[in-house]
Design a protein around this ligand. Structure first.
Ligand code: SAM
Length: 338
């Protein structure tokens, strides 16, 4: 559903162009990761965007310069009808770079569809040990994630595996993750633990900086330069694991931010635009999308203006973090869409 004609690319006041939408399809999740969410409260159903509304938003944003869309959550697959939504998005936008972030628990049966639709997948997995996986995520479901990994590889879906790096939680598994990358010819990336949402496992002592991870990895395997591909690797710094097809990467939102090149816009499942992970300012568009007293054309024009205004005010996240070291953003990753 492509609405509107092409317009100049969305640009913020620092001259950064926005090309990348991270769209949270639900705040619900089938895991209870202790680094991500602490309570069981969910946004009521009627305040969640309908698929049709999300399709309208993508239809508005693509002509405004968005060429990459990542579907995230919560866990996208827990929302009923998600595979159909993916297929409709692909049909409406055959040329966009369509991606998905998932914990993999419900993914395996859909691997061939993902391949057919040309969807790239980031699979989140923080521990390869069943008891620890259960302790961190609150669910004893590691085998289901490993099934997803097998299915994605079997069908040749472009894939990256992401682990949140947590000192004292999974730091002793670095050798196992490196082995997994090497044996399966996979990209495995460690993401620095971010202070998002109150009451999570985040603290100065669980924060494991990328520099330390890299040093520890260099003691375990021989790392070499990896061909860099900014479009595919995003903000990750990748290293080849010598003698294998595996690569090891680090994503450093805290120790070495990538704000200067940030091209992202987030849309939460309750229809709020967020221009920076660390900025709690949000721009609500759902009430506008549902206004019954104006025409569709007028509605979308008003939404477009909000998008432009929000992007204009996109901040430098590192400045926000520098001011509030050890404080956390109000919203958890699961409600923003990590
Ligand atoms: N359920 C999906 C999944 O698990 O991939 C998508 C949503 S999840 C919020 C997206 C990503 O955010 C996951 O890779 C998760 O590990 C990561 N994440 C959540 N909280 C985080 C935090 N405090 N710091 C760094 N990454 C975090």
């Amino acid at each position: 559903m492509q609405t509107g004609t092409s317009s100049p690319p969305l640009k913020d006041s620092f001259g950064r162009e926005v090309h990348y939408l991270r769209l949270s399809v639900t705040d619900r999740c089938n895991l209870r990761c202790r680094y991500c969410r602490v309570d069981n409260s969910f946004i009521p159903h009627e305040r969640i965007m309908r698929y049709e509304e999300m399709e309208k938003m993508v239809g508005l944003l693509v002509p405004m310069g968005v060429s990459k869309v990542r579907l995230t959550g919560g866990e996208p697959f827990v929302r009923k009808g998600f595979p159909g939504f993916l297929a409709r998005l692909r049909a409406a936008h055959p040329d966009i770079d369509l991606r998905l972030t998932s914990n993999g628990v419900m993914l395996a049966p859909h691997a061939s569809l993902l391949k057919d639709l040309g969807v790239r997948v980031n699979l989140s997995l923080d521990s390869l040990r069943p008891e620890r996986f259960a302790a961190v995520t609150g669910r004893d479901l590691l085998p289901r994630v490993m099934e997803a990994l097998d299915a994605l590889q079997k069908h040749g879906v472009p894939l990256k595996l992401n682990a949140v790096a947590m000192r004292g939680v999974n730091d002793d598994e670095l050798p196992d993750f490196l082995r997994l990358a090497a044996e399966r010819g996979l990209d495995v990336r460690f993401i620095e633990f971010m202070p998002m949402g109150e009451g999570t496992l985040w603290s100065d002592s669980t924060y494991w900086p990328a520099q330390e991870i890299l040093q520890e990895a260099r003691h375990l395997v021989e790392l070499g330069p990896a061909e860099s591909n900014a479009a595919l690797d995003g903000p990750a710094t990748m290293h080849a694991i010598r003698g294998t097809k595996g690569r090891f990467g680090l994503i450093t939102p805290l120790s070495c931010h990538f704000c200067a090149g940030c091209n992202r816009l987030r849309l939460t499942s309750d229809g709020r635009l967020r221009t920076c992970l660390f900025d709690d300012r949000e721009y609500s568009i759902l009430p506008l999308l549902r206004r019954a007293d104006i025409t569709e054309e007028r509605r979308m024009e008003l939404v477009r203006r909000i998008v432009e205004r929000a992007v204009q005010r996109k901040p430098i996240g590192a400045d926000i973090l520098a001011k509030r070291r050890n404080e956390v953003a109000r919203r958890t990753m699961t409600s923003i869409g990590g």
